[in-house]
Every structure is written in C-alpha cells, then in structure tokens.
Write a protein that binds this ligand. Structure first.
Ligand SMILES: NC(=O)c1ccc[n+]([C@@H]2O[C@H](COP(=O)([O-])OP(=O)(O)OC[C@H]3O[C@@H](n4cnc5c(N)ncnc54)[C@H](O)[C@@H]3O)[C@@H](O)[C@H]2O)c1
Ligand SMILES: CC(=O)N[C@@H]1[C@@H](OP(=O)(O)OP(=O)(O)OC[C@H]2O[C@@H](n3ccc(=O)[nH]c3=O)[C@H](O)[C@@H]2O)O[C@H](CO)[C@@H](O)[C@@H]1O
Length: 467
C-alpha cells in the first residue's frame, strides 16, 4: 500500500528545473513521497510533521512490533504531547504508514530521511553501523533526482565520507542525487514543538544543489527559519558544537559543586547570582549527565583529535566522575553516625536520564547502582516513570512499597515529580536515647529537588552541601 500517492508521476527535487511554485505544489500534493528510516523518539514525530505537509510518508523500521503498532495508530511515546492524536489522524487519513520493507519504501520515495541511532562503542568510538545499514537500504531504492537527508547526529565528515560512498556503490553516481545533513534539535518530551520550529533548522548539503533542496523541504516544515551552512560537514559540526558546549558547561557547574565545602558557599545560589549578567551561563550541577545526546557527542568530535582537545575530554571526565562523587558523599554521610555502606540498604531514586522522560540510556543512576553494589550495599531502585529498568544492580521497588522497607540511606539521581509525594517520616525511627526523639537517615540529593527540613533526616545536596 502506498500512502496516498496519486497515480501521476512522482516528482524529483534534486536537479529539477521546475519553478518554486510547481515544486511546492508537487511537495504539498504528495507527489514527492517521503521515507523516514527509524521510527524512534525522533523519527516518528519527524515523520508526522512531514506527513502533515505532504500526505505521502512511509515510516521504515526494522522492528515489526513498532511498525504494526504505528499502523494501528498506537503511539509508543506517550510522554510526547500531541503525538498520539496526530498519529491516529494521519494513519486514518492515509497520509502516514509504516513498514519493515525498507527497500520497497526506498524505491517509492523521492526524499529519504535517515534518523536511526548513532552510538558509541565500549571504547567510546563512534558506532555508525546502524546508520550504514539504513544507508544501504536507501541505496537499493535510490533514483536520479532523489534527496537523502541524514538527521542522525554524526561525527564530522560522515555524510561525505561514509554515507555518500555507500549511496554511490549502487546504480547511482554522485551528482545524480542530493545528500544533506539536517540535524535534529529536538528534546524528548517536546518533540513536535521542537521539530515544528522551536529553533532555526540547520541544513548543509554535500553540494550546492543538495543544500538548496534541503533548504526548500525544511522551509515547508518549520515555522522558524532555515539556516543553510556552507556544506554538510559544517552542519555536522554545528550539532556537535552545541552538544559539547552543553557538556563543558555542565562540567564547570559540576566541578564547582564538588568544591562546595571548600568554598564554604551554596554553589547553586552562587551560580544563580552569577548568571544574572548576560556573559555568564553556568549550568546546573547534578548527579551526572545521561541520555543519547550529550554524553555521546563529545566522542563524535574527539574521535580524531583526542590528544588536542583536553577541555572537551576533561569535561567528559568531570561529568563521568559525578556518580562517584555522589556515592562517596553517601559513604561519608553514613559514617557520620557510625554507619557503613556495606551494611546499608540504600534507596536509589530515579533511573531515567532526565526527569519525566522514560529513557535510561547512559543514565548516571546505573553507575551509582554499580558503585553501591561493589561496596556491598543493598540497593532498592525506584523509578515511577520507567516501565522497565535497564540492566543494573538492585531490587526494583515501587514508590508505594518503598515506604514499608527498612532504608538506611537514600540517593536521588533523577528528580521525577512523583518523588515530591514521598512520606519521609516513614524512614525515621525511634532514637535509641528514647524520649520520643526521632532518628533520620542520610539523604544525598543529586538534583536540588528535596526539602527535608522538618524531618530528622540529614540531607546533602549536590551544589548546596549539608543542610
Ligand atoms: N532522542 C533525542 O532527544 C535526540 C535529539 C536529537 C538527535 N537525536 C538523534 O536522532 C537519532 C535517533 O535517535 P532516537 O532517540 O530517535 O533513537 P531511538 O532509539 O528512539 O529510535 C531508533 C529507531 O530506529 C530503528 N532502527 C534501527 N535500525 C534501523 C534500520 N536499519 N532501519 C530503520 N530503522 C532502524 C529502531 O528499531 C528504533 O525504532 C540519533 O542519531 C540521535 O543522536 C536524538
Ligand atoms: C536537539 C538535542 O539534541 N537536544 C538535546 C536535548 O538534550 P537531552 O534530552 O539529552 O537533555 P539535557 O537537558 O541536555 O540533559 C542531558 C543530561 O544532562 C543533565 N544536565 C542537564 C543540564 C544541566 O544544566 N545539568 C545537568 O546535569 C541532565 O540531568 C541529563 O542527565 O535537549 C537539550 C535541551 O533540553 C539540548 O540542549 C540537547 O542538545
């Protein structure tokens, strides 16, 4: 089944001599079929924004369960506002369909959008294997005049040196098809809003015509402006520079936070005051940096220049050290009352990499759990937002069940809203001295999220110190 594509000839964008009006009419009438490869957190909302504009979009994925859910109008990402309604409407109207048959979709499509995972391997080197596989699928259906857009975040030079040679290893030769990098500036939890135009859209082609085609297409999708860079490599670096800017600035906040006691100040209060003038934008210290973006992007840049990029590399090391800082602080706090971590039952609050987002990739909570486990602690893992925990030490406990457990300490890594309803009195005990005095537990707050004043607990907050 082809999503609503009229039987008339489809329209080639790359190298066309049609007028802008003719091109826009063809795009909006569905005569430029689009295939999007990767029906994930970014690929699905992106596909639906394309389908709103063109009415002829096929979402390709290798996961048959994902494909059948989408064709049934079932949205796998219920944390994304507006996505469920948009998906069911576009499927019902025949403007979007999904398939595992990537080659058939590639044969029909005139625009190919690749937004599959780009990861790092165990030695922190970029892993582009999934991108290469998706590119081979596109190659097998590529026609003269087609345009290929790489939305996945990639190391510099990937479009020209990795994607283009694969595309050209089929029947097509360079210059017959367009290729551009069109990076995603989308945060999970606000995907549709971001894709529709929270920020200018960056596009960069491997040649001028590719850049022109990308600029046209995204000009049809975004409510914001389209910034066309000199080439694809520049667009690749724009995305990575944004990411390392964030990693470096989070690292500065984290390094300052580890010196809270030495400075003798509330570092978070100090940062907030420092940021009141426009030349300072120190970020927020925390228990670490997770997700599929910020922890990875520095390694995409460092891959070839590691020895000559000490700031980027050191920032990564500072951020990767924060789970250790949090655990060392917990050990110290337990020792204040003569407690020891190897005998302790520790509640680990929050595994998702960011509050409210059901995603645990590269979450610092996983490192915190391993460190506590290696020290002999019993770890109770609580995350009301994640349906399934990633592989990690510890016993999964519901928020409700936690309050009936004997807990000797707690560490908050992710500030889910649900943690505000915890009855902290449940973890107080009768003080041995009697007289109705209550005994509390040490709590390390990795996200400045808790207020335990009025309880007997002893709170250490990353960036603020001991209460
Ligand atoms: N998630 C974000 O916040 C975000 C933001 C900006 C950029 N990005 C980038 O977008 C890209 C995708 O990230 P994501 O979070 O959507 O990933 P995801 O893991 O949510 O989804 C990826 C999807 O691709 C599918 N897939 C795997 N191999 C495939 C193939 N050969 N052909 C077709 N589909 C295939 C998977 O089954 C999965 O459904 C990455 O490069 C990421 O860096 C992500
Ligand atoms: C388009 C795109 O790629 N968008 C990305 C996406 O990034 P993301 O979804 O990965 O989320 P981030 O907010 O970057 O958080 C990552 C980790 O860093 C921790 N953190 C964060 C800020 C801070 O001051 N201190 C911290 O410790 C946090 O807890 C979490 O673990 O949206 C961001 C805008 O929201 C963008 O900037 C970023 O490019």
């Amino acid at each position: 089944m082809t999503a609503n594509v009229p039987t008339t000839e489809t329209f080639a964008l790359y190298g066309t001599d049609a007028s802008a009006e003719q091109t826009r009419a063809a795009f909006r009438e569905g005569r430029v079929p689009v295939a999007v490869y990767g029906m994930g957190k970014i690929g699905l909302p992106l596909s639906l924004v394309y389908a709103e504009a063109t009415g002829a979009v096929t979402g390709v994925d290798v996961d048959p369960d994902r494909v059948s859910a989408l064709n049934g109008g079932i949205n796998p990402f219920d944390h994304e506002p507006g996505l469920s309604t948009l998906l069911s409407n576009l499927v019902a109207d025949g403007r979007f369909e999904s398939t595992t048959d990537g080659e058939a979709a590639a044969t029909r499509a005139r625009v190919h959008v690749i937004v599959v995972p780009t990861l790092i391997d165990e030695s922190d080197a970029p892993d582009l294997s999934i991108l290469e596989a998706a590119t081979e699928t596109v190659r097998d259906g590529l026609e003269p005049g087609d345009a290929v857009f790489v939305e996945s975040t990639v190391p510099p030079g990937t479009c020209a040196d990795v994607v283009a040679p694969i595309l050209a290893s089929g029947d097509r030769v360079p210059g017959e098809f367009g290729l551009a990098h069109t990076p995603e500036r989308t945060a999970s939890g606000r995907a549709l809003r971001d894709i529709r135009g929270s920020y200018p859209k960056i596009v960069g082609g491997v040649d001028s015509e590719s850049g022109r085609v990308a600029e046209f297409v995204y000009g049809e999708l975004t409510d914001n402006e389209v910034i066309r860079t000199s080439d694809a490599r520049t667009a690749e670096c724009v995305k990575l520079f944004e990411g390392v800017y964030r990693d470096v600035n989070i690292a500065l906040a984290n390094e300052l936070a580890t010196l809270t006691d030495e400075f003798g100040v509330d570092v978070v209060e100090t940062i907030e005051a420092a940021n009141t003038q426009p030349y300072c934008d120190i970020h927020t210290p925390g228990a670490g940096v997770g997700g599929h973006c910020i922890p990875y992007y520095p390694y995409f840049l460092l891959d070839d220049v590691n020895e000559r990029a000490p700031l980027i590399r050191t920032a990564r090391e500072v951020n990767e050290r924060m789970p250790g800082f949090v655990v060392e602080t917990l050990v110290d706090e337990l020792a204040v009352d003569g407690g020891s971590v190897e005998d302790a039952t520790v509640a680990l609050l929050g595994v998702a990499y960011r509050a409210g987002i059901p995603e645990a990739r590269a979450s610092p909570a996983i490192d915190v759990a391993h460190r506590l486990d290696r020290l002999g602690a019993t770890v109770l893992v609580v995350d009301p937002v994640l349906d399934d925990l990633p592989e990690m030490p510890g016993e999964s406990v519901s928020l409700e069940a936690l309050e009936s457990r004997d807990v000797d300490a707690a560490v908050l890594v992710t500030a889910h809203e649900e943690f505000q309803s915890i009855d902290w009195g449940a973890f107080e005990t009768e003080d041995a001295s009697g007289g109705g005095k209550r005994r509390g537990i040490p709590v390390v707050d990795g996200r400045q999220a808790l207020d335990l004043s009025g309880t007997a607990h002893r709170q250490y907050t990353v960036g603020r110190g001991r209460d």
